[in-house]
Design a protein around this ligand. Structure first.
Ligand code: ADP
Ligand code: ADP
Length: 228
């Protein structure tokens, strides 16, 4: 499903963020990516959806090598990968409904399909009754639920999240995790960078630890392993 072979990333300023990453993630897995600040977690995640291009190595997702892909092929591949950010990145002038529908309108789905799919995912994240609201009328947790709905409305086989609970209070973070668990239970592969020790140590899943751009630990049922 996701395979990285000897992946290196050096930024233009000379910073070596990834130094030879090899990893294989099976379809349907749930993987936490942990490690200290500056370890390379975000770069690892960004390479997975081709926000960054690796300097060397291959990244194969569902048979496509992201590292070799032409710029014009990127949008098509991105549609098969849901991405969720710490700061939500919702479009402020669009309603909840429109934020979620946007990805389907871009690919010119029929209005009927769009309506069905949007309502189905808003139901999953329990926001059907807030479909007409704007992002700034919602709590942080609700905004993150909208962004999760948006990321899965195309039914991608993979969802990648970079610190999705980083801006949320502990209770809200657990609610968000319930949604990720549900998405994963439906067969979607989930890869999540996180600093949330409580969550990693309670909802036990595979843990990949990155330090200095290298994988230093990879455990099927791991723990967080840091004190922060
Ligand atoms: P983490 O997510 O674990 O905090 P990052 O992947 O963000 O780590 O960063 C890894 C290293 O790459 C750090 O030294 C960081 O400063 C550097 N870095 C990240 N993004 C860039 C960039 N766009 N340009 C230059 N250096 C970067
Ligand atoms: P339910 O299935 O619960 O009856 P509705 O289909 O009536 O829900 O829609 C719930 C919310 O979604 C409403 O607030 C409505 O404004 C919004 N909505 C439905 N379709 C659209 C659309 N095409 N564009 C914008 N908002 C929509």
């Amino acid at each position: 499903m996701i395979e990285m072979v000897d992946v290196w990333k050096t930024y233009p300023n000379g910073v070596m963020a990834l130094n030879g990453i090899d990893v294989y993630i099976e379809k349907g897995e749930f993987v936490y990516v942990v490690g200290p600040s500056g370890a390379g977690k975000s770069t690892f995640i960004k390479c997975m959806y081709r926000e960054e291009k690796p300097t060397q190595g291959s990244i194969i997702i569902n048979g496509t090598n992201l590292a070799k892909m032409k710029e014009r092929q990127i949008p098509k591949v991105r549609r098969k990968i849901g991405v969720i950010f710490q700061d939500f990145k919702l479009l402020p002038r669009l309603t909840v409904y429109e934020n979620v529908a946007f990805a389907l309108e871009v690919i010119e789905e029929s209005p009927k399909v769009i309506r069905e799919r949007v309502m189905e995912v808003l139901d999953l994240v329990k926001l059907k009754n807030k479909a007409r609201m704007f992002p700034d009328e919602l709590s942080g947790g609700e905004q993150q639920r909208v962004s999760i709905a948006r990321s899965i409305v195309n039914h991608p086989p993979v969802v990648i999240a970079d610190e999705p609970t980083g801006n949320l209070d502990p209770e809200t973070a657990w609610e968000i995790m319930d949604i990720f668990k549900e998405i994963n239970a439906r067969g979607t592969t989930v890869v999540m960078a996180t600093h949330n020790k409580e969550i990693v140590n309670t909802i036990t899943k595979r843990v990949i630890a990155i330090e200095g751009g290298r994988i230093v630990r990879d455990e099927a049922k791991g723990d967080y392993g840091y004190e922060d």
